[in-house]
Design a protein around this ligand. Structure first.
Ligand code: SF4
Ligand code: FES
Length: 249
């Protein structure tokens, strides 16, 4: 396949960026999208040009590092997949593809297609954990019975990989789908109930401090989420937040 790529290039956070056109050849339809970028980078290096910076790690849909806005869609065309799971057979020979970074003020661009997603780390630090007494009397987690429907819902919420596609897709750059998945994952389980009220308040406070927008129930986040995180989690988090706030008063 031969393609024309229009890729966002930006030297650093301070300088303005722009779309730059690159022709790329020798692309196999069986390559992943990231492998196609590897081919382009090899061609750029051979020509003495600077390769394109982009994030990736596992390349199998687990780590949440890959984060490209492709032809106006987070993680590109296709549902339930990350950028690293996208294959070039989804595109036509000769096609022009637009590749941009996530765009949200809470995710500033570091270089080219790489954005700073440490805002998510700080939200997790604010409450995305359970405190465990390690005095030597700790109960084995398997000894605590959990209703199957609750375990299933917690497991589904725990599938969130923190990629940030929900934020990039949302017209308000809201992080509600991500935060609600992290809140729900713990709030649904007995181990997480102890700190549930404090957790939801702290995580929502940090989310607001980071500058993410609010949720207006558009639902684009759920459509583009590679892990199928449901909007039900946002409703659950809103209920948790309301009851925690009322309890605190
Ligand atoms: S909710 Fe979905 S889109 Fe958002 S960070 Fe988690 S996995 Fe990514
Ligand atoms: S590189 Fe890990 S999810 Fe894509």
């Amino acid at each position: 396949m031969k393609l024309t790529l229009k890729i966002w290039r930006q030297k650093n956070a301070e300088q303005a960026g722009k779309l730059v056109e690159y022709p790329v050849t020798d692309v196999s339809p069986d390559m992943s999208f990231l492998e196609m970028l590897d081919v382009l980078n090899e061609q750029l290096i051979e020509k003495g040009e600077e390769p394109i910076a982009f994030d990736h790690d596992c390349r199998e849909g687990i780590c949440g590092m890959c984060s490209l806005y492709i032809n106006g869609e987070a993680h590109g065309p296709g549902r339930g997949i990350t950028t690293c799971q996208l294959h070039m057979r989804e595109f036509k020979d000769g096609e022009t593809i637009y590749i941009e970074p996530w765009r949200a003020s809470a995710f500033p661009i570091i270089k080219d297609l790489v954005v700073d997603r440490t805002a998510f780390d700080r939200i997790i630090q604010a409450g995305g954990y359970v405190s465990v007494n390690t005095s030597g009397n700790t109960i084995d987690a398997n000894a605590i019975l959990i209703p199957k429907p609750d375990a299933d819902k917690a497991f589904e919420a725990a599938a969130c990989i923190g990629c940030g596609a929900c934020v990039a897709t949302c017209k308000n750059a809201s992080a509600m789908l991500f935060v609600s998945a992290k809140v729900s994952q713990l709030a649904l389980l007995p181990q997480g109930k102890v700190e549930a009220a404090e957790r939801v308040q702290n995580m929502v406070r940090q989310m607001d401090l980071e500058g993410f927008g609010n949720c207006t129930n558009t639902g684009a986040c759920e459509v583009e989420c590679p892990k199928g995180i449901s909007l039900d989690n946002i409703a659950r988090m809103n209920r948790e937040y309301l009851s925690a706030t009322l309890m605190a008063e």
